[in-house]
Ligand binder design. Structure first.
Ligand code: CAA
Length: 257
């Protein structure tokens, strides 16, 4: 594994996955997501693991999908690569996953945290779906999960303006479980994971499946719709302009083409 660190017994019966591309603020490139998929599959099959914590570092949980890797892609490339199909494994993981978030959780980073079952945040955490600023839209569940978590009006504003939501507000809106001082967020996530790890693994698995079932049929359809629209953004000149502007560190000029 090059971009993640896995400790299967970070605490008794609790595994830890740390995203580890600190220089790039843990931008989620294809390789990292492949590694994450494989690690989750392994941990899900490991009977000594009863709960999983995913974290980044103090500065960033993850600043989104890797814009540099996507910048030159066409809609057909995106359709063929189908990068978000890797994400389905996270959703299929039967054991509970807790995201321990500090710093940036943006775009795919926010989507990854929301795909987990619970979120513990440090007081420096910032959640956001800023894809609109680079000429695209969320593609890994943001339009669906954020809307279900905080309601249409707030989600619409975040998705259409790219504005960030600080941890304290995210807690008020029900996006996350709780906020703790930065030196405690990982410990707090372990505490929660440890508590869950003491319950019956069978009951935990069935209970998680049932809570998810509350919105899953609708979610499947919504995710499919969103994914296709995200790939379609890559047919626009605005996507090329938006992502190139990010890479070249300048303001984009969008033309609606
Ligand atoms: N992809 C690739 N590289 C990224 C990145 C990303 N999403 N986010 C940050 N980086 C890189 C930067 O390019 C920079 O690299 P260099 O040192 O080589 O220039 C490095 O990480 C540090 O970033 P900054 O210098 O920009 O740090 P900052 O503190 O000034 O700003 C930030 C931090 C506000 C998070 C800014 O980096 C930023 O806006 N990042 C992009 C956020 C974003 O748009 N995310 C959505 C991506 S698209 C997506 O996720 C689609 C989806 O639905 C899955």
């Amino acid at each position: 594994m090059e971009f993640i660190l896995v400790t299967s017994q970070a605490q008794p019966n609790v595994a830890l996955i740390q995203l580890n591309r600190p220089k790039e603020l843990n931008a989620l490139n294809l390789q990292l997501m492949g590694e994450l998929r494989d690690a989750l599959k392994q941990l899900d099959e490991d009977e000594n693991v009863r709960a999983i914590v995913i974290t980044g570092n103090e500065r960033a949980f993850a600043a989104g999908a890797d814009i540099k890797q996507m910048a030159g892609k066409t809609a057909i490339d995106m359709l063929n690569i189908d990068q978000f199909s890797t994400w389905d494994q996270i959703r299929k993981t039967k054991k509970p996953i807790i995201a321990a978030v500090s710093g940036f959780a943006l775009g795919g980073g926010c989507e990854l945290a929301m795909t987990c079952d619970m979120i513990i945040a440090s007081e420096t955490a910032m959640f956001g779906q800023p894809e609109i600023k680079i000429g695209v839209m969320p593609g890994a569940g943001g339009t669906q999960r954020l809307t279900k978590a905080i309601g249409k009006a707030k989600a619409m504003e975040m998705v259409l303006t790219g504005k960030f939501m600080p941890a304290e507000e995210a807690e008020k809106q029900g996006l996350i479980n709780r906020v703790v001082p930065v030196e405690l967020y990982l410990e707090e996530a372990f505490k929660l994971a440890g508590e869950i790890a003491q319950m019956s693994p069978v009951a935990i698995k069935l209970a998680k499946e049932s809570v998810n079932r509350a919105f899953e049929t609708q979610l499947d359809e919504g995710l499919h719709f969103e994914r296709k629209n995200f790939y379609l953004c890559f047919a626009s000149e605005d996507q090329t302009e938006g992502m190139n502007a990010f890479v070249e560190k300048r303001r984009p000029e969008f033309k609606g083409k």
